[in-house]
Design a protein around this ligand. Structure first.
Ligand code: ADP
Length: 479
């Protein structure tokens, strides 16, 4: 049986800042359900660790990791949750912080994390066949195995898979770290290896040295091989085409189920959608909008340009002037965008609610209580929110890129087919046009709308199919 260690910088239900955290919870569970032997390793961010799970954390062992000239304490804690074993890597100096990322020494923090993982394997006596790495925080491990830990015989059979959740974050540092953090030579510091415009690039290192690379949707796997989406690594990805694939993310179909979701005012099913109206009214009340019979367009998102929030801002003014519709925005992110949405709320108090915070319960209420879910992302590796929205019979309106293109079937007015709305040209005019088309359909053709809702609620976005594809990747690199 294949033995896997899944390594990531975040995992729900302990800590998540986005899709990576969701995947790090759900994919190991799905793989375990499909009979893969799998454990998970993440950092132990003590200040952020939920109270609820604290009692279950046990100290396993500790040792020192040499980070350049510093001998650093490395504690290995462990916890069992729903049948999965987690290893938590503890070092107060690196992980005892208020946030996960965004510090001046992130390079050193995740250099430590990656060396700690390598040095932990033989100590905890869990040497995997496959090390499953995620994003730049763990992408340098294949280089470490080759250049630093090559003398550990037991590690020689270890294969590596790198999953890229977002090309935008790469981990780029001065090459001095090869000596000052990793204590390895310069053999790999070249264009075919880890060098990137004179710097060290962790993600590039993973792409070149992992045995298999995948990203989180088939379309994004194609897109990142082009200059438009490749974030300056498109050439590297094209050169590694043979080991690159796209595997769609899933969602937890049990957790996100309008028939049982405890966060909702009223539960409902595809057959009986009537109670959804009560969730809409509850949402309007909760965010301070009038309980009017107008279409509600929801947003649950990081407020960034990646998510197309600037495009939405540009389209919103004309849209709100022309349409009796309401827009509910939940999110945090770029302060300028946060502020702009707050201004909209002041200008259109009966039409716009801007909730600038992270609130999982309100997110569920928006998925259930909205009629349309807006996701005009400039690029989208996978996207989870559009699948959640569809699950709740809320029609996604998306830019047809990446995972959005792979999961949303745009409405066809001639056949009635579709599970949402989509657009190609990335301009505010086109976005406004498609928003207008959607709200008109909502107002004028309730039967067509209901049919679209039912079609959207039908697909199985569960993880089982994707877990099988990951197992195939493991098989391929092991044989
Ligand atoms: P990304 O990982 O790029 O941010 P995804 O669509 O893949 O985008 O995943 C976002 C996840 O984070 C979804 O589960 C979404 O519901 C959640 N989320 C984003 N912003 C918020 C927020 N402000 N409050 C609650 N949940 C949020």
């Amino acid at each position: 049986m294949t033995k896997v260690l899944f390594a990531a910088a975040e995992a729900a239900p302990f800590y998540k800042t986005g899709g990576l955290g969701d995947v790090s919870l759900a994919l190991p569970r799905a793989l375990r359900a499909a009979k893969t032997t799998i454990r998970v390793v993440i950092p132990y961010y003590e200040a952020l660790f939920p109270e609820k799970y604290r009692d279950q954390v046990k100290d396993l062992l500790h040792f020192t990791v040499q980070v350049g000239d510093k001998a650093q304490y490395c504690g290995i804690k462990t916890l069992e949750l729903d049948g999965l074993t987690y290893y938590l890597i503890d070092n107060q100096e690196y992980f005892g912080r208020e946030d996960l990322y965004g510090y001046w020494d992130d390079g050193e923090r995740f250099a430590f994390f990656q060396m700690a993982i390598c040095e932990m394997l033989e100590r905890v006596d869990y040497i995997p066949d496959v090390l499953h790495l995620n994003d730049w925080h763990t992408a340098f491990i294949p280089v470490l195995l080759k250049e630093k830990y090559y003398w550990i015989k037991a590690y020689r059979h270890i294969k590596t898979v790198l999953t890229i959740h977002n090309m935008q974050f790469q981990g780029i540092y001065d090459p001095i770290i090869l000596d000052s953090l990793f204590k390895i030579g310069w053999q790999t510091f070249n264009e075919e290896g880890i060098a990137f415009y004179g710097q060290v690039n962790f993600l590039k290192a993973g792409i070149n040295f992992a045995d298999a690379v995948n990203t989180v949707s088939p379309t994004y796997a194609q897109e990142i091989q082009t200059p438009q989406f490749g974030e300056r690594l498109d050439g590297v990805l094209r050169a590694n085409q043979g080991k690159l694939s796209g595997i769609m993310n899933g969602i937890d179909m049990k957790l996100y189920d309008p028939a049982t979701d405890a966060a909702l005012t009223a539960t409902y099913t595809a057959k009986d959608l009537a109670p959804k109206a009560l969730d809409k009214a509850a949402l309007q009340t909760a965010v301070g909008l009038p309980e009017a019979d107008v279409p509600v367009l929801g947003v649950v998102s990081r407020l960034t340009t990646q998510k197309g929030m600037d495009l939405l801002l540009d389209a919103l003014d004309d849209f709100l002037k022309a349409q009796p519709a309401q827009v509910v925005i939940l999110g945090t992110g770029d302060p300028a965008l946060e502020h702009a949405f707050e201004i909209y709320q002041l200008a259109y108090p009966d039409q716009v609610a801007a909730q600038i915070k992270f609130d999982v319960k309100l997110a569920q209420q928006i998925y259930a209580g909205s009629d349309i879910f807006l996701m005009p992302s400039a690029f989208e590796p996978s996207g989870l929110s559009q699948m959640m929205a569809m699950r709740y019979g809320t029609l996604p309106l998306v830019h047809l890129v990446g995972g959005l293109k792979d999961t949303v079937v745009p409405y066809n007015e001639y056949t009635g087919a579709g599970t949402g709305f989509g657009f190609d040209d990335y301009t505010p005019t086109v976005l406004r046009k498609i928003m207008t088309m959607a709200v008109n359909l909502y107002a004028q053709d309730p039967a067509a709308w209901r049919q679209l809702q039912q079609q959207a609620m039908l697909p199985d976005f569960g993880w089982a199919k994707s877990a099988k594809k990951y197992q195939q990747v493991y098989q391929t690199i092991m044989s």
